[in-house]
Every structure is written in C-alpha cells, then in structure tokens.
Ligand binder design. Structure first.
Ligand SMILES: NC(=O)c1ccc[n+]([C@@H]2O[C@H](COP(=O)([O-])OP(=O)(O)OC[C@H]3O[C@@H](n4cnc5c(N)ncnc54)[C@H](OP(=O)(O)O)[C@@H]3O)[C@@H](O)[C@H]2O)c1
Length: 337
C-alpha cells in the first residue's frame, strides 16, 4: 500500500497569475535507462502517493503511456483533472512554422488531455540529436541561437494559449542574455523557466533574474541526475550526493543525501522535479519537503558549496564552428553566435 502524503502539507509556489502549484514535481525522463512502462508505473504510484505536478516531454517517448495512467487515476477517482498540473515540451525538431502546434496536438493526444497546464520550449534552438545518441554525435543542420527563430516558436506557443490548448507557457535551458533579448518581445510572458539546479550547480544569477521577472524556476536534475545518459557525463562532474556539506547534513538529519538536495531546493524557492521509478525513493522525495526542514545555517552552508558544475552541457546540440559546450551558455555575458 503506497504511503499517501497529505496535500495540505506540501508547500506551494505562486505563478505570476497568483495560481499556486506544488513545490515539488515528478520527473519522467527515463535517461535511456528506464522504459516507458516503468516510468508510467511510477507516475501512477507517484500520483497515488500525492504528486500533482508531472513533468513530461515529447522527446521522453513515454507520453502515450503516461496518458493511459492519467486517464486511469481520474477514472479510479484518485485525483480530479483540476488538481493535476501536467507539463510537456516541444522538442527541438518541431520548432518550424506550424510544427509547434502539431507537436502540442500530438502531446495532448498522447497524454489524453484537452489542455496542457504548462508547455515549454525544451531548448531555445532547433538543433536536435537522435534519441539515445552518444556524446560525440553532431547534427550538421545545427545553428546558433536566433532571436527571430526563437520568437517564431514562441508565437506558436502564444497561439496555443489563445486557443485554450495550454494554460501557461515556459522556457527551458535559457541564459540571462537570451532572456534579455526575448522577454521584451513576448506578448504572453513565460510562467516558468526549467533549468538545471542542484547544490553543485545553483545558477544564482539566472535564478535571481527569473524570480525578479515573475518567472518561477523549475529545477531539473535536482539530485545531480546520478543515472543520466553516458553522453551527459564527463570526468570533472561532481556528484551532489557525495559533496561533504550534503553528506554531513544528511548524517545530522539521518536521511539520504538525495533528500538534502530536495529540501534545499524546495526551501530556496525552485520547484525540484526529481525522477525515480522506485517507490520508496519517489515517496520519500515528496515527503521530505513536508517535515524536518534544513536550518538557516544548513541552507547557507549549501549556498557556499556551489561548484558551478553544469552536468547537462548540451554538446550534442553544437553547430559547426562552435568552440565547445560553453558556447551554448553565453558564458561571456552576450549571446554567442
Ligand atoms: N528541461 C530539460 O532540458 C530537462 C533536462 C533534464 C531533466 N529534465 C527533467 O528533470 C527530471 C529530473 O532530472 P533527472 O531525472 O535527470 O535527475 P534527478 O532527478 O536529479 O536524478 C534521478 C535519479 O536519482 C536517483 N534518486 C532519485 N531519488 C532518490 C532517492 N530518494 N535516493 C537516492 N537516489 C535517488 C535515481 O537513481 P537510480 O535510478 O540509480 O535509482 C534516479 O534515477 C527529469 O526526469 C525530467 O523530467 C528536464
């Protein structure tokens, strides 16, 4: 029998409209390691346990299975549609004219929903890689970020809001220079920014920028993605769950270091979206934000422990002539072309 977490104890975050959403969600990217059935089963168990925010994407190749689960939990009376907050994302190969609308239509059909709560532009350029590719793989059609191309994708997202197909729209894998360039052009502002956030990679500048603009940060890889695909691993990567500050706090609270990462995330103000197909893990990932908070000193010790260690470097999206993965992240403070 799944433990059921009291909804009233789960903290919530306000979007720019004032509507609130849960301070923790469930990730659904199987990292090329867990198949659609396993992920869908975890979504079923997760919703039973109390998750209400489910982070989906077309490229995770499991939205059809998750759709069956969403239908099932509603038929079984476990949850009503209005209490779920389901996200999806348009993948990089569907940015072209009319393609975003087509991609959203497919996600709606797969998820068996009439409306997606929050629809993201997954990456801010049309560069894509084949699912399951390795880290050296490059697509010859890849090109640098373009404000015009991005805005034509965003205009289609705005149209989806106008048509009632999605309630909010969001951006992901952005930088401050890119946001500076596109925010003044948006007719409908992004409600959320999905970005890599964990103790070893806190992105304070981008985080503060988003909050100051009324954009809710959603933190992906909140535990440092220990099961991420090979293409997203390098020898320099730091494992968050082995950082001495995290281990020490975990020992003090007598919990797994993963839960320290999640408590820190929720208390800082981002919405972590941890992934797990293992029931004890996904249940404790949600329960941990309802009890035994970190102290101010512990929060400060984690803030100081930031290693600026990006894990999802995105090198498979590089274009011919790019120097390295750093070019994707505008490290010089201007958009890298
Ligand atoms: N917008 C984007 O571009 C983007 C990019 C990446 C991810 N995401 C989203 O963010 C979600 C989360 O990221 P992620 O899955 O890469 O990383 P993550 O949530 O940081 O790590 C997930 C892994 O952590 C381990 N884990 C989970 N709970 C645990 C616990 N309580 N104790 C010990 N270990 C635990 C599990 O490893 P084992 O499997 O080994 O047990 C699990 O596979 C994704 O599922 C996806 O929805 C979005």
């Amino acid at each position: 029998m799944t433990a059921i977490i009291d909804q009233n104890k789960i903290p919530r975050r306000a979007l720019y409209t004032g509507e609130t959403i849960p301070a923790v969600g469930l990730g659904t990217f199987g990292s090329d390691k867990y198949g659609p059935e396993q992920v869908a089963e975890a979504v079923y168990g997760g919703i039973k346990a109390g998750y209400r925010l489910i982070d989906c994407a077309a490229v995770y190749q499991n939205e059809d299975r998750i759709g069956e689960v969403l239908k099932r939990v509603m038929q079984e009376g476990i949850v009503e549609r209005k209490d779920l907050f389901v996200t999806s994302k348009v993948w990089n190969d569907m940015h072209g004219e009319g393609k975003v609308l087509e991609s959203c239509r497919k996600s709606l059909q797969d998820l068996q929903l009439s409306c997606i709560d929050l629809y993201f532009v997954h990456w801010p350029f049309p560069n894509y890689h084949a699912p399951g590719c390795d880290g050296d793989s490059r697509n010859p059609d890849s090109r640098p970020f373009s404000v015009e191309e991005f805005m034509s994708t965003w205009r289609q997202c705005e149209q989806l809001v106008d048509e009632g197909k999605v309630r909010y729209i969001g951006m992901s894998n952005m930088t401050v220079p890119k946001l500076e360039a596109v925010l003044p052009l948006c007719r409908i502002q992004p409600a959320a920014l999905e970005m890599e956030l964990h103790p070893g990679f806190q992105q304070p500048e981008l985080f503060d920028y988003a909050v100051a603009h009324g954009i809710q940060p959603i933190g992906y890889c909140p535990i440092g993605s220990p099961s991420r695909p090979e293409r997203d691993r390098t020898a320099e990567d730091i494992a968050d769950t082995q950082m001495p500050e995290i281990v020490e706090i975990a020992e003090r609270h007598n919990i797994h270091p993963a839960l320290v990462c999640l408590k820190w995330a929720a208390q800082r103000g981002q919405i972590p979206i941890p992934f797990s197909v293992k029931e004890p893990q996904y249940v404790s990932n949600l329960a941990c934000v309802t009890e035994d908070p970190l102290t101010e000193e512990e929060m400060e010790s984690i803030r100081r422990a930031d290693k600026n260690c990006r894990l999802i470097k995105g090198q498979v999206f590089l274009w011919a002539g790019a120097k390295g993965w750093e070019d994707l992240w505008d490290m010089e403070g201007t958009i890298t072309c």
